[in-house]
Each structure stands twice: as structure tokens, then as C-alpha cells.
Design a protein around this ligand. Structure first.
Ligand code: FES
Length: 104
């Protein structure tokens, strides 16, 4: 299982807010909502849209390409045209640092 990797400072992400970060060779989206952090792939399962560029509403992110919505807490695909869930990654906060561990 991969290690946790530092990706941001707590102060980098407003609440609510999101940033796109690189972890190893992957690009993921880090969210801060309601005092909690979540992380999912930056890739829409419909056709590869960049989820980090989408609109965040509550705990849902809308793909900027065709509008599919995903739950940022679970990665669940909520609306068409996406039918497959996206990956989620573990997040933890250590002091002022936010760390992500990629799902294997
Ligand atoms: S690529 Fe995301 S909805 Fe089509």
C-alpha cells in the first residue's frame, strides 16, 4: 500500500474549496468541505473530464464536460452520463499539512 504523501497546507484550501494536486504520477482533487477533507481522482469515469475544474456544491462535484455528478465522500457516480464510480483516496491532516494516500 502506498504511503501518505504531503500535498498541501491546511491554509491552501478554503472551506468549502478544492485544489488539484499531483501525487506521484497521478492527478487528484483534494476537497475541504464542512471541516473535512476528501480526495478523488481528477478523471471523470464517463469520458475523462477533469473533475477538479467542475463546480462543487455541498459534497457533490459536477464534471465540467457533460455534467455528471459525483459524491466526493464516496466517489459514487450520482447522475448520468457517468455510470461508474470514481476512486477515492485517504486523506489525513498532520499539524498544518494535508497528506494523501493513493488507493492501490
Ligand atoms: S466526461 Fe464527465 S460527464 Fe462526460
Amino acid at each position: 500500500m502506498p504511503d501518505f504523501v504531503p500535498v498541501a497546507k491546511v491554509s491552501d484550501i478554503p472551506d468549502p474549496g478544492k485544489i488539484t494536486v499531483e501525487v506521484g504520477e497521478e492527478i487528484v482533487v483534494l476537497f475541504h468541505v464542512g471541516g473535512k477533507y476528501y480526495c478523488i481522482d481528477d478523471v471523470c469515469t464517463h469520458d475523462g473530464g477533469p473533475l477538479g475544474d467542475g463546480e462543487l456544491e455541498g459534497c457533490q462535484i459536477a464534471c465540467p464536460r457533460h455534467g455528471a455528478k459525483f459524491d466526493i465522500r464516496t466517489g459514487k457516480a450520482l447522475t448520468m452520463p457517468a455510470t461508474q464510480d470514481t476512486r477515492t483516496h485517504e486523506v489525513k491532516v498532520d499539524g498544518q499539512t494535508v497528506l494523501v494516500r493513493l488507493a492501490s
